[in-house]
Design a protein around this ligand. Sequence first.
Ligand code: 5GP
Length: 183
Amino acid sequence: MIIVSGPSGAGKGTLIRRVQAVFPFVRTATSATTRPMRPGEQDGREYHFLTDDEFLLHVGHGDFLEHVTYAGNRYGTLREEVERHIRDGDSVILEIELRGARALRDALPDAVSIFVEPPSMDELIRRLRARDTEAEADIQARLAESLVELGARQEFNYQIRNDDLDSAAAEMARIVDAVTRSV
Ligand code: 5GP
């Protein structure tokens, strides 16, 4: 399993989509969340969008590999989403925040972890604002989480600086290629 983490707005999702275009057997697991759907998102595609009660029901049933509260909303990796891909013989890449990454690294010591970092804090702020999907309070909450996440970058097996998208995607593809060949 490959874990991709890093601040919101660092470009993790974009990089993963680029890698999947080259390696289609690398599958993502659709997480569950209680955050509101953004324009253009679809239930079951970007996330399984759940109410708080629905999410807690899954927690009670032990359906999550890990789950956290991040910037005021709940997020969790559904066990079945991951196991489905593994049963199919595919590799799984998870895009999750720091605390979830730590929990999974503890549970699955063989997992390879990648930290995606923005070129600078100013650029991260610019990207979060340009996305224009979150209210100012949410942006502030994400920036606060980002500072903690950036401080933990060395915990990861690899760090990728997402300055130039093409070279960052090529770097991630090289890592994914090496990891999926060796298993
Ligand atoms: P966003 O609301 O921007 O989609 O996601 C916020 C943060 O939650 C991102 O850093 C994203 O990678 C992370 N995230 C998404 N799904 C999960 C999950 O299942 N578990 C954890 N721990 N974090 C997640």
